[in-house]
Design a protein around this ligand. Structure first.
Ligand SMILES: [Zn+2]
Length: 224
């Protein structure tokens, strides 16, 4: 009898735990899919300006990539990010790099370049039209947390840096946005509908553009 009750209680606790985890994921998903205009706020750390390009092409150069990333995997992640950003109204496409391309608006070379990435996971250079990825930062991530799926981080980095090429230079203050910064290093924290959830996820930020990322992009580039 007692055993029966404890089994029942364990079952109930597991059900409650799963329900809470599901509810948390639900709130986070809602933030990804819905944008309230008042939530579009940036840290004001850069000057947004509409992109001069009518379409974007990302040429991917695989040389120098960490050995655990296959070329087709990175291309797939780029394609996912560009398909989402295209919802802004400015289409983007991805193609493997085969040789030098002209340095002109709308043509971006995505490459593994430690100095270009400034030691970060990724960095967008809008003058050079280069999106540089840092193999060293990914190596460090792999050493510190070998069980972590680095493709998730790479997806987020690619989608984030791609967003800068749409003219959004300031970072979003909304934690879930792919263009967000969690804090400003001066005590300012990002905004979440339920801030207690920030600790529930290893990475709260979305790995692809959210509804607010797209909305902000449309407003900036005067897209319907
Ligand atoms: Zn950034």
């Amino acid at each position: 009898m007692i055993q029966g009750i404890s089994k029942y209680l364990v079952g109930l606790l597991i059900a409650m735990w799963s329900w809470t985890a599901l509810a948390d994921a639900g709130i986070r998903n809602q933030e990804i899919l819905q944008c309230k205009e008042a939530e579009i706020v940036t840290w004001g750390d850069g000057q947004d300006r509409p992109t001069a390009a009518t379409s974007l092409i990302f040429f991917y150069k695989h040389g120098g990539a960490p050995t655990w990333f296959q070329e087709h995997q990175v291309i797939n992640l780029l394609a996912r990010a560009s398909a989402e950003w295209s919802k802004c109204g400015i289409p983007a496409q991805v193609t493997p790099w085969t040789g030098p391309v002209q340095n002109t608006k709308g043509i971006v070379v995505v490459q593994w370049d430690g100095s270009g990435s400034g030691g970060h996971f990724g960095l967008a250079n809008l003058t050079q039209n280069q999106l540089s990825l840092g193999a060293q930062a990914f190596q460090l991530l792999n050493q510190r947390n070998p069980s972590h799926n680095a493709l998730d981080t790479l997806q987020m980095v690619l989608a984030h840096e791609m967003g800068h090429f749409y003219g959004m230079l300031a970072h979003s203050r909304r934690c879930i946005d792919v263009l967000s910064y969690y804090n400003d290093g001066k005590g300012g924290q990002c905004y979440a509908r339920d801030p207690s959830l920030l600790k529930q996820f290893p990475e709260y930020r979305s790995s692809l553009p959210t509804a607010c990322d797209i909305q902000r992009c449309k407003i900036l580039n005067r897209m319907p």
